[in-house]
Design a protein around this ligand. Structure first.
Ligand code: ADP
Length: 455
């Protein structure tokens, strides 16, 4: 009721003006009714004018964008302006809050790894996130309100969308490259639809790889098993002489050995995949490691090759000793196995300017033609299957080497040319290489710290 007093005062002012006008008119004209009439009229006009001016100002403010405050009047109009302004501000604040919530919601959907696309009942695009735009080759701004079936014309997609049976997802080729999408549609609101898309190419590739892997392992195990069961049958059914028996048992032992190696390599691979990345605080002397590899390689070669396997490196490398040794040993053993008698095999060490280092295994063997090189580290990939098996290969060696290097932050690089030998490089990052003198300095520093803290 704070507005009532100013209103009352205004009414009194209007009456006063009316009274003055009445008195003036009566003194000039002397006609009483005219003076009364004009006095009342003047009072009413005064009230109406002030109301009209204040109402107009409030109306003008309402017509605009209400950026400033409402006109600050006293009385009823002031109260009205203030109340309207408060309602407008409350509405603006709640619109801002809703807009913010909507923006956050949309940016959450935008960040989703899945494609999200909203369609109206006529299949027009209402909104889509970047992933959906990428999946369906759409422009998220330009293609809004376009009919999706005009833009994504894959017959399977159009039929799926229009059939309205969305219980099963649709699996669709991406159309751009070899990607594959899994598409799910959900209905909501009044005939709107939500189209969710997920790129499943990686999953399908992994499934295919897993199937291939199981098929390969089964094949690799079945071959020696078939040979073994053949020999067992022979021994059961045929009377063998001592010499024949000895020969069959040797062959059986070779096949058993082959299965043994295969299982060992499979176990190594699964351990490499399942265990955490090696820390870079366990240092291994590279010279000692190379000496052990060289001893095994000499035994394998049996003097058939010219070997130069023990460079003096004077460095230490950080990582898991057994893994690093198995990587180098795999390369050196391959070189021995594939290089014909009389050929040469060399192991070199080189430290690069950036501190990284590389162990290189070079041989003068048959070399590998260019098209095979990118596939050599695939499991069970062999250039010459019979030669590999003949020499006791499992087809997993280079795959193991690649895994070991990746786990140590390094890489395996292969250079080879048919008829000109091969060069396999194991590159280790700078953080995993230190010279033995650095190591001694480090130990000394640690010792002096311990000494100074003791005394
Ligand atoms: P495997 O057990 O068959 O040797 P790897 O994974 O170690 O399996 O090697 C994969 C293939 O790469 C081998 O089958 C062989 O064809 C080829 N290869 C590896 N090392 C050499 C090499 N030093 N010289 C020629 N070919 C090689």
């Amino acid at each position: 009721m704070a507005w009532f007093l100013p209103r009352l005062l205004l009414a009194l002012a209007a009456v006063l003006i009316g009274f003055i006008v009445g008195v003036v008119v009566r003194s000039i004209t002397g006609v009483e009714p005219l003076a009364l009439g004009l006095g009342v009229l003047a009072g009413v006009i005064t009230m109406m004018l002030t109301d009209a001016i204040r109402g107009y100002r409030l109306l003008e403010w309402l017509r605009g964008k209400q950026l400033n405050n409402a006109p600050r009047d006293t009385g009823l109009w002031g109260e009205l302006g203030y109340r309207i302004e408060r309602a407008v501000r409350d509405r603006d604040r709640s619109i801002d809050r809703e807009r913010l919530a909507l923006e956050q919601f949309l940016s959450a959907i935008e960040a989703s790894p899945n494609g999200v696309l909203m369609l109206d009942p006529q299949e027009h695009i209402l909104w889509c996130n970047g992933v959906a735009a990428d999946h369906f080759a759409l422009d998220p701004k330009r293609d809004l309100r376009q009919r999706i079936t005009n833009l994504v014309r894959a017959p399977a997609f159009v039929a799926y969308l229009q059939a309205g049976r969305y219980a099963e997802p649709l699996v669709l080729g991406n159309g751009r490259g070899p990607g594959t999408l899994s598409i799910v549609v959900r209905e909501y609101g009044e005939g709107q639809r939500l189209v969710l898309s997920l790129d499943v190419s990686e999953r399908l590739r992994n499934d295919a790889m897993r199937r291939d892997f199981v098929a390969n392992v089964s094949h690799e195990i079945r071959t020696p098993l078939t040979v073994l069961s053949g020999f067992i049958e022979t021994m059961q059914q045929l009377p063998l002489t001592g010499v024949e028996r000895e020969r069959v048992l040797t062959l059986m032992s070779q096949q058993t050995q082959r299965m043994h190696m295969l299982v060992a390599d499979l176990l190594t691979l699964s351990q490499l995949e399942g265990s955490p990345r090696p820390g870079s605080d366990r240092w291994v002397s590279l010279d000692a490691l190379l000496a052990r590899v060289a001893a095994d390689a000499q035994a394998l070669s049996g003097g058939r090759h010219v070997l130069n396997l023990k460079p003096h490196t004077g460095v230490e490398v950080a990582g898991i000793e057994t893994e690093l040794q198995s990587a180098v040993a795999n390369l050196v053993n391959n070189a021995v196995r594939y290089t014909p008698d009389g050929g040469g095999i060399e192991v070199c060490w080189r430290q690069l300017e950036d501190g990284s280092g590389e162990i290189t295994v070079v041989d003068s063997g048959p070399g590998i033609s260019r098209e095979h090189i990118p596939r050599l580290t695939e499991r069970f990939y062999r250039v010459d299957g019979s030669r590999s098996r003949e020499t006791g290969g499992t087809g997993l060696g280079l795959s193991i080497v690649k895994h070991v290097m990746q786990r140590h932050g390094g890489e395996l690089m292969i250079q080879s040319e048919l008829g000109k030998g091969s060069r396999f490089r194991l590159v280790l990052p700078a953080a995993r290489v230190r010279t033995s003198s650095d190591a001694a300095l480090g130990d000394e520093a640690a010792f002096s710290t311990a000494v100074s803290s003791d005394y």
